[in-house]
Design a protein around this ligand. Structure first.
Ligand SMILES: [Zn+2]
Length: 272
């Protein structure tokens, strides 16, 4: 499965985008040549816009461009699984997450928000110092990210890239859209900034579900090598006694992985 653009870094529109462009041209030509067909042409174009929007609202879709939903098969570790932790750094949660990972000698990928990296630079540096990686989760995690135009999308992605590099010295290689939602303007921006889009194989919905058992079950049902799992240190739902759900889930998840002979790795370590 080819998960990336070609090696020389040219942007190649996905088949859906090619088909959409062709549809717009042919619908316009048909409506000009035969005025009676214009309602049908208009309807076809409207349906196509709905299809494009739907593709962008489906986080694991590859219809708008390459998207990692699993680790590449040739990832170097047959038993590898990637734990990804989004929306931090968060001073009330991230230090405990780091301690839990250290207790299990496990590493993870943190998709951090650029503004939060600037606000908590010591915490961002500590994440990297402990052998984890920080990747790009946009500068301000705007909830309307999938509605932004090309300029605003470029600003959100490139500013986070600069923030993370300035604070940690490392340049992110992966991007994850806020809530996984995007639109056709994102893919060319990622290519220009040499970023790969990463979503996930399974997520625990741990920003809304405050039951750690249910979150763990979601993450570990049909667990396999190559899975990319999603948890949150920022925006974490709170369980019993106000405890962030990730803190109840992560140690049990790490035990489960260990028991299944699976090894947590960073996304970056699996790049070819
Ligand atoms: Zn997020």
């Amino acid at each position: 499965m080819n998960q990336d653009h070609d090696a020389v870094g040219r942007w190649r529109p996905s088949p859906l985008l090619y088909a959409s462009a062709a549809l717009h041209v042919s619908a316009g030509a048909a409506a000009l040549a035969t005025p009676q067909v214009w309602p049908w042409a208009l309807g076809a174009v409207a349906a196509n816009h709905i299809a494009l929007a739907a593709a962008g609202l489906w986080p694991r879709s590859r219809l708008l461009g390459p998207n990692w939903t699993r680790l590449p098969a040739s990832n170097g570790t047959a038993a590898a699984v990637a734990i990804t932790i989004d929306d931090g750094p968060e001073p009330e949660v991230t230090p405990q997450v780091l301690a839990q990972l250290a207790a299990h000698r496990a590493c993870a990928t943190f998709f951090c928000v650029g503004e939060r990296v600037l606000r908590y630079p010591d915490l961002a540096q500590e994440i990297v110092r402990r052998g984890h990686t920080i990747e790009n989760h946009s500068q301000s995690h705007r909830h309307n990210f999938s509605l932004l135009g090309p300029g605003a999308i470029h600003a959100e992605v490139s500013q986070a890239q600069d923030s993370i590099q300035r604070v940690t010295g490392n340049v992110p290689k992966f991007f994850r859209a806020p809530a996984g939602l995007r639109n056709p303007f994102l893919d060319p921006v990622l290519l220009r900034l040499k970023l790969r889009l990463a979503s996930w194989t399974r997520r625990g919905f741990d920003t809304v579900n405050c039951n750690p058992d249910a979150v763990l079950r979601r993450l570990t049902t049909s667990l396999h090598a190559g899975d990319i799992l999603l948890l949150h240190d920022g925006h974490a739902a709170r369980g019993r006694g106000g405890k962030p759900v990730i803190l109840d889930v992560l140690p049990r998840l790490l035990d489960t992985l260990n028991g299944a002979g699976l090894v947590p790795v960073t996304l970056r370590s699996t790049l070819p």
